[in-house]
Design a protein around this ligand. Structure first.
Ligand code: NDP
Length: 315
């Protein structure tokens, strides 16, 4: 690997969601002079949501993009060096660790915090993209509240879809659950709960042909793939729960992960299999995936990094 190293830093943070910015705030206050690269979507997944009502400290709620601007401002005020740029490759074979930015420059770091997050998978149909944020959402816990008292649809059949369908069934008058096969992938107990909930209707062997509505979601056209029949249902919200992909591809040669790409951390810590490399946020958390849990894990990573760097005598 020909690596033209242009800079050496104590702590490099990769990613700019709640985990990365929180790590930057803590690390800057601890005088670790963190450098954070924001990635292609500065602010992360919260920048594609609308109102956030469940992050403590905002009694009137706050728009997701605005909240992430606040996170960034706070990190900058504490002295973090926040940069636009994307980690394109890493070489963790020897210390100091090396990270390539924008396929150009290599930076060396004594410690690295990975906070690259995860991306929701989408169906890939035109109406889903057009109405994203206008009734189409990939997070029932974030956005379900806006559809209370209305009918909604959800697509997916894993544990996430089952959990979110049950969550929505408590807020919404009816949940239409669209499942592409004749069975669910979710655990048996979750399947049973979904099937036994009176205000959830399951459409087996079914696909979303189109989400209906000009400027906001007004309905969905569901196609049964066994007989090609279609049915239109009036809804106010459409939830996609077909899985997330952790943004961890560039680390796979060095960092232990599960078979779906979620980074393994030592339970109760942010430590990975490599000393001095820590992980915080959604790329290491398939269960909770909330802004507040990501922020909490960012704090853990900064504290773990601080202990590591001071034990090495770097700071
Ligand atoms: P999964 O990958 O388990 O499930 C994804 C679901 O979406 C599958 O049912 C799949 O269908 C369906 N799907 C995928 N692509 C499409 C598509 N294009 N159109 C329609 N349907 C599609 O993801 P989850 O997010 O549900 O779960 C991820 C992991 O996290 C799992 O291991 C799960 O057990 C775990 N989890 C655990 C929880 C808990 O224990 N409380 C809560 C939530 C998640 P098909 O089955 O046909 O492939």
């Amino acid at each position: 690997m020909s690596e033209k190293v242009t800079e050496k830093v104590h702590l490099l943070i990769i990613g700019s969601g709640p985990a990365g910015y929180t790590a930057a705030i803590y690390a800057a206050r601890a005088n670790m002079k963190p450098v954070l690269y924001q990635g292609i979507q500065p602010g992360g997944q919260l920048t594609i949501t609308t109102e956030v009502e469940n992050y403590p400290g905002y009694p009137d709620g706050i728009q997701g993009p605005e909240m992430m601007v606040n996170f960034e401002k706070q990190a900058v005020r504490m002295g973090a060096d926040i940069r636009y740029g994307m980690a394109s490759k890493v070489d963790f074979s020897t210390q100091p660790y090396k990270v390539e930015i924008d396929e150009e420059n290599w930076i060396e770091a004594d410690a690295v915090i990975i906070s690259t997050g995860a991306s929701a998978k989408w169906l890939g149909i035109e109406s889903e993209q057009r109405l994203n944020g206008f009734g189409v959402s990939a997070c029932a816990v974030c956005d379900g509240f806006f559809f209370r008292g209305k009918e909604v649809a959800i697509v997916g059949a894993g544990d996430t879809a089952a959990e979110e369908a049950l969550y929505l069934s408590k807020l919404c008058t009816h949940v239409h659950m669209i499942i592409r096969r004749d069975s669910m992938r979710a655990s048996r107990v979750m399947q049973d709960r979904v099937i036994n909930t009176p205000n959830i209707t399951i459409y087996w062997n079914s696909e979303t042909e189109e989400i209906l509505g000009e400027h906001k979601v007004e309905g969905v056209r569901i196609k049964n793939v066994t007989d090609n029949s279609t049915k239109e249902v009036a809804i106010g919200g459409f939830f996609v729960a077909i899985g997330h992909k952790p943004n961890s591809d560039i680390f796979k040669d060095y960092i232990n992960m599960d078979d779906t790409g979620y980074i393994n951390t030592i339970p109760g810590t942010s430590k990975t299999n490599l000393e001095g490399v820590f992980a915080a946020g959604d790329e290491q958390d398939k269960n909770y995936r909330q802004a507040v849990t990501a922020a909490g894990s960012g704090c853990m990573a900064a504290l773990d990094a601080e202990r590591y760097l001071s034990a090495k005598g770097v700071i």
